[in-house]
Design a protein around this ligand. Sequence first.
Ligand code: ATP
Ligand code: MG
Length: 258
Amino acid sequence: MNTTPTLQVENLVKTYGGVQAVRGVSFDVMPQTIVGLIGPNGAGKTTTFNMIAGAETPTEGRVWFDGTEITGKPTDQLYDRGIVRTFQLSHEYGKMTALENLMVAGANQPGENIFMNWIAPGAVRRRERDVHERAEDTLAFLGLTHVTNELAGNLSGGQKKLLELGRTMMTDAKLVLLDEPGAGVNPTLMLKVIDMIRRLNEERGYTFCIIEHDMDLIADLCDTVVVLAEGQVLTRGPMSDVRTDERVIDAYFGGDVV
Ligand SMILES: Nc1ncnc2c1ncn2[C@@H]1O[C@H](COP(=O)(O)OP(=O)(O)OP(=O)(O)O)[C@@H](O)[C@H]1O
Ligand SMILES: [Mg+2]
């Protein structure tokens, strides 16, 4: 059994001027598991993702991916290594269609390589056809076929969220960081999203770390849950333990944390 964590976060700290957004967060994500990152608004979840995915440089602390240190590496390098993330507020290419947004995400398209085009034009065409087909299949799966040629900027909030998820399906990711994949998605589609995450995990071996306020999604999918509050890890464990933990209930509903 592979015992090297896919993701290792050690003592991450992020301060913005006087604000301590993250105050020494450590956790591991083992290969092919699904870990939930939960906690009240402002707990530091998105900031933690930003530091893992190269969008923010940690003030302190280190990050490893598959045993290699990646602290402070830029997002595009991490993407090439197989780390993909989605955003709490969707980041689509507004001036491109839904289909084009997915095709762009089909990683390592040899069509972009001029030498491949010259040496093996047939292979390039086949690959492009594959990416096109996969993008169409992905749109169908997400119930977005009717907006295939719509500019992504014109989609609704929920549709943009689904498109973001679709982009992760188009890549050959190893580690997928999802920031509130369920936000704004209707309950029926939510079940499909849960199913999709599970299938990507079981069939393609993706490892997931998921930030989510929907506790049903977390309980349904996650092997382990890490609870953040006020920039620190409050506790971690299976959801069945975490959801009855007094400190967690208190962090969500008690005091002035919420
Ligand atoms: N760029 C920034 N500049 C200043 N403060 C920031 C910045 N980004 C985040 N913060 C602060 O850091 C804290 C943690 O924010 P973060 O977005 O990580 O929370 P979160 O756990 O993702 O919350 P939510 O569940 O509401 O999305 C908040 O107090 C926030 O105001
Ligand atoms: Mg957030």
